[in-house]
Design a protein around this ligand. Structure first.
Ligand code: HEC
Length: 204
Protein backbone atom coordinates (compact mmCIF):
# COMPACT_ATOMS: atom_id res chain seq x y z
CA UNK A 1 0.00 0.00 0.00
CA UNK A 2 2.78 2.41 0.90
CA UNK A 3 5.40 0.83 -1.34
CA UNK A 4 6.31 4.25 -2.76
CA UNK A 5 6.67 3.73 -6.48
CA UNK A 6 7.93 5.79 -9.41
CA UNK A 7 4.83 7.80 -10.40
CA UNK A 8 5.36 10.03 -7.40
CA UNK A 9 7.94 12.32 -8.92
CA UNK A 10 5.76 12.64 -11.94
CA UNK A 11 2.71 13.37 -9.78
CA UNK A 12 4.64 16.03 -7.94
CA UNK A 13 5.45 17.65 -11.23
CA UNK A 14 1.81 17.60 -12.25
CA UNK A 15 0.82 19.16 -8.94
CA UNK A 16 3.32 21.95 -9.41
CA UNK A 17 2.23 22.52 -12.99
CA UNK A 18 -1.37 22.57 -11.92
CA UNK A 19 -0.67 25.33 -9.44
CA UNK A 20 1.20 27.19 -12.12
CA UNK A 21 -1.66 26.71 -14.57
CA UNK A 22 -4.15 27.94 -12.00
CA UNK A 23 -2.21 31.12 -11.35
CA UNK A 24 -1.74 31.70 -15.04
CA UNK A 25 -5.41 31.05 -15.73
CA UNK A 26 -6.39 33.54 -13.03
CA UNK A 27 -3.96 35.95 -14.52
CA UNK A 28 -5.47 35.70 -18.02
CA UNK A 29 -8.90 36.00 -16.44
CA UNK A 30 -7.78 39.23 -14.88
CA UNK A 31 -6.38 40.35 -18.21
CA UNK A 32 -9.62 39.63 -20.06
CA UNK A 33 -11.40 41.99 -17.72
CA UNK A 34 -9.17 44.89 -18.61
CA UNK A 35 -10.68 47.10 -21.32
CA UNK A 36 -9.81 46.10 -24.85
CA UNK A 37 -8.64 49.55 -25.70
CA UNK A 38 -5.72 50.05 -23.41
CA UNK A 39 -4.49 53.52 -22.74
CA UNK A 40 -0.71 53.73 -23.21
CA UNK A 41 -0.21 54.09 -19.45
CA UNK A 42 -1.79 50.66 -18.87
CA UNK A 43 0.79 48.91 -21.02
CA UNK A 44 3.79 49.49 -18.73
CA UNK A 45 1.57 48.65 -15.75
CA UNK A 46 0.63 45.31 -17.33
CA UNK A 47 4.25 44.54 -18.14
CA UNK A 48 5.24 45.42 -14.59
CA UNK A 49 2.49 43.12 -13.28
CA UNK A 50 3.72 40.29 -15.48
CA UNK A 51 7.29 40.76 -14.29
CA UNK A 52 6.20 40.85 -10.65
CA UNK A 53 4.04 37.76 -11.14
CA UNK A 54 6.78 35.77 -12.80
CA UNK A 55 9.15 36.87 -10.02
CA UNK A 56 6.68 35.70 -7.38
CA UNK A 57 6.16 32.40 -9.17
CA UNK A 58 9.88 31.78 -9.41
CA UNK A 59 10.32 32.64 -5.74
CA UNK A 60 7.43 30.39 -4.70
CA UNK A 61 8.75 27.54 -6.78
CA UNK A 62 12.34 27.77 -5.69
CA UNK A 63 11.27 27.98 -2.06
CA UNK A 64 9.10 24.91 -2.45
CA UNK A 65 11.84 23.08 -4.27
CA UNK A 66 14.51 24.01 -1.75
CA UNK A 67 12.48 22.95 1.27
CA UNK A 68 11.56 19.70 -0.43
CA UNK A 69 15.07 18.88 -1.42
CA UNK A 70 17.04 20.35 1.43
CA UNK A 71 15.86 17.93 4.11
CA UNK A 72 17.52 14.59 3.41
CA UNK A 73 16.26 11.20 4.59
CA UNK A 74 17.49 10.83 8.20
CA UNK A 75 19.77 7.87 7.55
CA UNK A 76 20.42 5.78 10.69
CA UNK A 77 17.87 7.51 12.94
CA UNK A 78 16.91 4.21 14.59
CA UNK A 79 20.35 4.36 16.25
CA UNK A 80 19.69 7.85 17.67
CA UNK A 81 18.35 8.73 21.10
CA UNK A 82 14.71 7.91 21.74
CA UNK A 83 12.89 10.97 23.11
CA UNK A 84 9.36 9.67 23.74
CA UNK A 85 6.46 7.67 22.27
CA UNK A 86 2.68 7.97 22.13
CA UNK A 87 -0.32 6.25 20.60
CA UNK A 88 -3.01 8.28 18.84
CA UNK A 89 -6.31 6.37 18.93
CA UNK A 90 -9.51 6.73 16.85
CA UNK A 91 -10.95 9.00 19.56
CA UNK A 92 -8.41 11.69 18.64
CA UNK A 93 -9.24 14.34 16.02
CA UNK A 94 -5.69 13.76 14.72
CA UNK A 95 -6.35 10.04 14.07
CA UNK A 96 -6.76 10.17 10.31
CA UNK A 97 -3.51 12.02 9.80
CA UNK A 98 -1.38 10.75 12.70
CA UNK A 99 -3.20 7.68 14.08
CA UNK A 100 -1.05 4.84 15.41
CA UNK A 101 2.19 4.61 17.38
CA UNK A 102 4.75 7.33 17.05
CA UNK A 103 8.27 7.31 18.37
CA UNK A 104 10.38 10.46 18.42
CA UNK A 105 14.15 10.25 17.86
CA UNK A 106 16.80 12.96 18.09
CA UNK A 107 20.40 13.19 16.88
CA UNK A 108 23.14 14.36 19.29
CA UNK A 109 22.71 18.07 18.47
CA UNK A 110 18.96 17.89 18.95
CA UNK A 111 19.50 16.13 22.30
CA UNK A 112 21.53 19.16 23.42
CA UNK A 113 18.62 21.31 22.25
CA UNK A 114 16.09 19.39 24.34
CA UNK A 115 18.33 19.90 27.39
CA UNK A 116 19.27 23.55 26.85
CA UNK A 117 16.08 24.76 25.18
CA UNK A 118 17.97 26.06 22.12
CA UNK A 119 18.30 23.90 19.03
CA UNK A 120 21.51 24.57 17.07
CA UNK A 121 21.82 24.25 13.28
CA UNK A 122 22.18 20.59 12.37
CA UNK A 123 19.67 19.38 14.99
CA UNK A 124 17.41 16.68 13.53
CA UNK A 125 14.30 15.07 14.99
CA UNK A 126 12.27 12.22 13.57
CA UNK A 127 8.63 11.41 14.19
CA UNK A 128 8.33 7.74 13.19
CA UNK A 129 4.67 6.77 12.70
CA UNK A 130 3.62 3.10 12.72
CA UNK A 131 0.24 1.39 12.56
CA UNK A 132 -1.10 0.26 15.96
CA UNK A 133 -2.59 -3.24 16.03
CA UNK A 134 -4.63 -4.61 18.91
CA UNK A 135 -4.79 -8.34 19.56
CA UNK A 136 -5.81 -10.15 22.75
CA UNK A 137 -5.52 -6.96 24.76
CA UNK A 138 -2.03 -6.11 23.54
CA UNK A 139 -1.32 -3.21 21.20
CA UNK A 140 1.69 -3.77 19.00
CA UNK A 141 3.46 -1.97 16.18
CA UNK A 142 2.37 -2.58 12.59
CA UNK A 143 3.75 -1.25 9.32
CA UNK A 144 5.36 2.15 9.02
CA UNK A 145 2.98 4.91 7.85
CA UNK A 146 5.60 7.60 7.39
CA UNK A 147 8.73 9.27 8.68
CA UNK A 148 8.43 12.97 9.53
CA UNK A 149 11.61 14.98 9.83
CA UNK A 150 12.59 18.37 11.24
CA UNK A 151 16.05 19.74 10.40
CA UNK A 152 17.36 22.95 11.95
CA UNK A 153 19.04 25.47 9.67
CA UNK A 154 18.29 29.03 10.70
CA UNK A 155 19.44 30.55 7.42
CA UNK A 156 17.81 28.22 4.91
CA UNK A 157 14.52 27.85 6.76
CA UNK A 158 14.22 31.35 8.19
CA UNK A 159 10.57 31.53 7.14
CA UNK A 160 9.56 28.48 9.17
CA UNK A 161 11.23 29.23 12.47
CA UNK A 162 14.59 27.86 11.30
CA UNK A 163 13.16 24.36 10.77
CA UNK A 164 12.97 22.44 7.50
CA UNK A 165 10.12 19.91 7.42
CA UNK A 166 9.82 16.75 5.33
CA UNK A 167 7.79 13.56 5.20
CA UNK A 168 8.80 10.22 3.67
CA UNK A 169 6.10 7.70 2.88
CA UNK A 170 6.19 4.25 4.51
CA UNK A 171 9.63 2.66 4.39
CA UNK A 172 10.67 4.71 1.37
CA UNK A 173 13.78 6.86 1.64
CA UNK A 174 12.95 8.77 -1.52
CA UNK A 175 9.17 9.19 -1.72
CA UNK A 176 8.46 12.64 -0.31
CA UNK A 177 4.82 13.52 0.32
CA UNK A 178 4.69 17.25 1.08
CA UNK A 179 3.67 19.96 -1.33
CA UNK A 180 3.53 22.84 1.17
CA UNK A 181 5.47 22.17 4.40
CA UNK A 182 4.76 25.68 5.61
CA UNK A 183 1.04 24.88 5.76
CA UNK A 184 1.15 21.14 6.31
CA UNK A 185 3.66 21.20 9.18
CA UNK A 186 4.72 24.62 10.36
CA UNK A 187 1.12 25.84 10.67
CA UNK A 188 0.78 23.59 13.69
CA UNK A 189 4.37 23.66 15.05
CA UNK A 190 4.22 27.48 15.02
CA UNK A 191 1.98 27.23 18.10
CA UNK A 192 5.05 26.10 20.08
CA UNK A 193 7.07 29.22 19.34
CA UNK A 194 8.01 29.68 23.00
CA UNK A 195 9.63 26.23 22.93
CA UNK A 196 11.52 26.72 19.66
CA UNK A 197 8.61 25.17 17.66
CA UNK A 198 9.23 21.78 19.27
CA UNK A 199 6.33 19.93 20.89
CA UNK A 200 7.90 16.94 22.59
CA UNK A 201 9.75 17.10 25.87
CA UNK A 202 12.59 14.83 26.81
CA UNK A 203 11.51 12.28 29.40
CA UNK A 204 13.93 10.56 31.75
C1 HEC B 1 -1.83 19.30 14.12
C2 HEC B 1 -0.54 19.63 14.61
C3 HEC B 1 0.70 19.07 13.93
C4 HEC B 1 0.99 19.03 12.59
C5 HEC B 1 0.14 19.47 11.42
C6 HEC B 1 2.33 18.48 12.49
N1 HEC B 1 2.82 18.19 13.73
FE1 HEC B 1 4.64 17.46 14.13
N2 HEC B 1 4.13 17.27 16.10
C7 HEC B 1 2.93 17.65 16.65
C8 HEC B 1 2.89 17.26 18.05
C9 HEC B 1 1.75 17.50 19.03
C10 HEC B 1 4.11 16.62 18.32
C11 HEC B 1 4.57 15.99 19.65
C12 HEC B 1 4.10 14.55 19.74
C13 HEC B 1 4.53 13.89 21.03
O1 HEC B 1 5.07 14.55 21.92
O2 HEC B 1 4.35 12.67 21.15
C14 HEC B 1 4.88 16.68 17.07
C15 HEC B 1 6.17 16.22 16.94
C16 HEC B 1 6.91 16.28 15.79
C17 HEC B 1 8.32 15.95 15.68
C18 HEC B 1 9.24 15.65 16.86
C19 HEC B 1 9.77 17.00 17.39
C20 HEC B 1 8.71 17.79 18.15
O3 HEC B 1 8.36 18.92 17.73
O4 HEC B 1 8.20 17.27 19.16
C21 HEC B 1 8.66 16.04 14.37
C22 HEC B 1 10.01 15.75 13.76
C23 HEC B 1 7.48 16.48 13.66
N3 HEC B 1 6.43 16.63 14.54
C24 HEC B 1 7.45 16.72 12.29
C25 HEC B 1 6.31 17.15 11.62
C26 HEC B 1 6.22 17.26 10.18
C27 HEC B 1 7.33 16.97 9.19
C28 HEC B 1 4.96 17.69 9.90
C29 HEC B 1 4.33 17.93 8.56
C30 HEC B 1 4.17 16.76 7.76
C31 HEC B 1 4.27 17.84 11.18
N4 HEC B 1 5.12 17.51 12.18
C32 HEC B 1 2.97 18.28 11.28
C33 HEC B 1 1.93 18.31 16.01
C34 HEC B 1 1.85 18.51 14.63
Amino acid sequence: MFSGKPPFRFLKQIQQNETLDKVLRNYSHFQSKTPMKRSPSLVPATILCAITLSGLLTAAHSQQKSSLEAVPYPEGYREWAHVSSAIITPQSPAFKRFGGFHHIYANAKAMEGYRSGTFADGSIMVFDLLEAQEKDGAISEGGRRFVDVMLKDNKRFAQTGGWGFEEFRGDSKTERTLSNPQEQCFGCHAKKQERGFVYSVLRK
